[in-house]
Design a protein around this ligand. Structure first.
Ligand SMILES: Nc1ncnc2c1ncn2[C@@H]1O[C@H](COP(=O)(O)OP(=O)(O)OP(=O)(O)O)[C@@H](O)[C@H]1O
Ligand SMILES: [Mg+2]
Length: 251
């Protein structure tokens, strides 16, 4: 039986507002398994980021609960849509920071950060400042900063949302390669159906606000997956099926 990493039960979130509260999420039920890659697709404002923030322990839900396999403080990392790098730290310092916060020594933290810099293809930019990097490079730093923590659960909130189509494509393929060698459980929000079908084992489709899961689709393709898969008829058929599931929802 597959190991459950996180179990989300009857989760709801209502933010306080002047007219009695804004309900962002309603009755979300989702189980995340070990080494599984799950994508969430849904309309803007349907509570996708809210769900990730709850899972990252940045927000406390108003209804329901999340249970983690390893107690209430599992090893998890989140990458936001904007890279959120600390501008007064260079690339390697940004990536090493979470390790230092967890008590790693300077030398060890920098050495592990250096490994991830190579793995995300940023060799030579170790001592560069965030403001001198392109959008794609900043997102690579943010992804390396999450992966250096070797999280059991990796939460990705539209990590490539601000990138141009070509860079986005490349970053998706890099993420696929990294995930296939290192295998954390991933929950990723994306607006790209193609990206979701290429990367995910399972896709959850959100309704309009308040967000509910209206469909779940298993993606039937073997791994490792290559970029050429995107041109195959069977891939396009799954894309079409998923598009049909969200056709009534504008995303
Ligand atoms: N901290 C907050 N306080 C009050 N309302 C909030 C807060 N965070 C989010 N909301 C509201 O909750 C709803 C869901 O927001 P959320 O950011 O989760 O949507 P989303 O699905 O991630 O949208 P997008 O695809 O545009 O990123 C929105 O109506 C938003 O205004
Ligand atoms: Mg969002």
């Amino acid at each position: 039986m597959r190991k459950v990493i996180a179990s989300i039960e009857n989760l709801g979130m209502t933010f306080p507002s002047e007219n009695g509260g804004l309900q962002a999420l309603s009755d979300i039920n989702l189980t995340l398994y070990d080494r599984e890659f799950v994508c969430i697709i849904g309309p803007s404002g349907s509570g996708k980021s809210t769900l990730l923030r709850i899972l990252a322990d940045v927000l406390v839900p108003t209804q329901g609960k999340v249970t983690f396999a390893d107690g209430q403080n599992p090893n998890r990392a989140i990458v936001f849509q904007s890279s959120n790098l600390l501008p007064w730290m260079n690339v390697i310092q940004n990536i090493a920071l979470p390790l230092k916060i967890r008590g790693a020594g300077e030398k060890e933290a920098l050495s592990q950060a250096g490994n991830w810099i190579r793995r995300v293809g940023l060799n030579g930019f170790e001592y560069e400042w965030p403001q001198n990097l392109s959008g794609g490079m900043k997102q690579r730093v943010a992804i390396a900063r999450a992966l250096v923590q070797q999280p059991e659960l990796l939460l990705l909130d539209e990590p490539f949302g601000s990138l141009d189509a070509l860079t986005r494509d490349q970053m998706g393929l890099e993420l696929l390669k990294t995930w296939e060698t290192f295998h954390p459980t991933v929950l990723m929000v994306t607006h790209s159906i193609t990206e979701a079908v290429l990367l995910a084992d399972r896709v959850a489709v959100f309704s309009k606000r308040p967000g509910q899961i209206i469909h779940e689709l298993e993606i039937p393709f073997q791994r490792p997956r290559s970029p050429e898969l995107r041109d195959e008829i069977k891939f396009l058929q799954v894309v079409k099926k998923l598009r049909g599931m969200i056709v009534t929802e504008s995303i």
